[in-house]
Design a protein around this ligand. Structure first.
Ligand SMILES: Cc1cc2nc3c(=O)[nH]c(=O)nc-3n(C[C@H](O)[C@H](O)[C@H](O)COP(=O)(O)O)c2cc1C
Length: 160
């Protein structure tokens, strides 16, 4: 296999951009991710690939739950804020307001147009990311008309 062609082909997979959050015993973690997809209608499952050496991975592994905030097309700067290490100050997460999710307590970023909470059912540990499969247990929609932020439009890549 040609490694450069493989990289270019993998970079043509299409993604959204999301802020994934988790809490365990009062400790919060948040990060922007793109390796996320729905995985089953019934039960409603999602799957996400999380970097094994990240705080996000450590907290999801311990709490067995997370929240996903769906970024709007005009929220590229919010995505950027969550590439940085998690910082809680003045009741804000990396500068953005949040509240605890009703089902899992995972932080819900209140300025994002849509969110869901999920409880982990399975973890596939292989390579440098773990694929967590999780059942959607709660969801909220602040702006039904919002267009989601898409990876291709940002010029960013993660993978390949
Ligand atoms: C464009 C882009 C996409 C990313 N997608 C993912 C992803 O799908 N999964 C992941 O674990 N990290 C992803 N990251 C890295 C996380 O944003 C970063 O590791 C996160 O802020 C968590 O770091 P920490 O928990 O170690 O502080 C991505 C980074 C960039 C720049």
């Amino acid at each position: 296999m040609d490694a450069e062609i493989r990289k270019q082909v993998l970079r043509k997979l299409t993604y959204g951009l999301y802020v994934l959050t988790a809490v365990h015993q009062g400790e919060l973690a948040a990060g922007t991710v793109n390796w996320l997809s729905q995985a089953s209608f019934s039960p409603p499952l999602v799957m996400v690939g999380l970097k094994v050496d990240s705080r996000l991975h450590a907290l999801v592994e311990r709490s067995r739950a997370f929240a996903v905030g769906i970024l709007g097309a005009d929220q590229k700067e919010v995505a950027q804020a969550f590439f940085r290490p998690t910082e809680v100050s003045g009741g804000r997460l990396n500068g953005y307001p949040f509240r605890p999710g009703p089902a899992t307590g995972s932080p819900i970023l209140t300025e994002l147009p849509a969110w869901l909470e999920a409880r982990v059912t399975d973890a596939v540990k292989r390579g440098d990311h773990t694929v967590f499969v999780a059942e959607v247990v709660e969801a909220g929609l602040a702006d039904p008309a919002a267009r989601p932020l898409e990876m291709w439009d940002t010029g960013w890549f993660y993978g390949g």
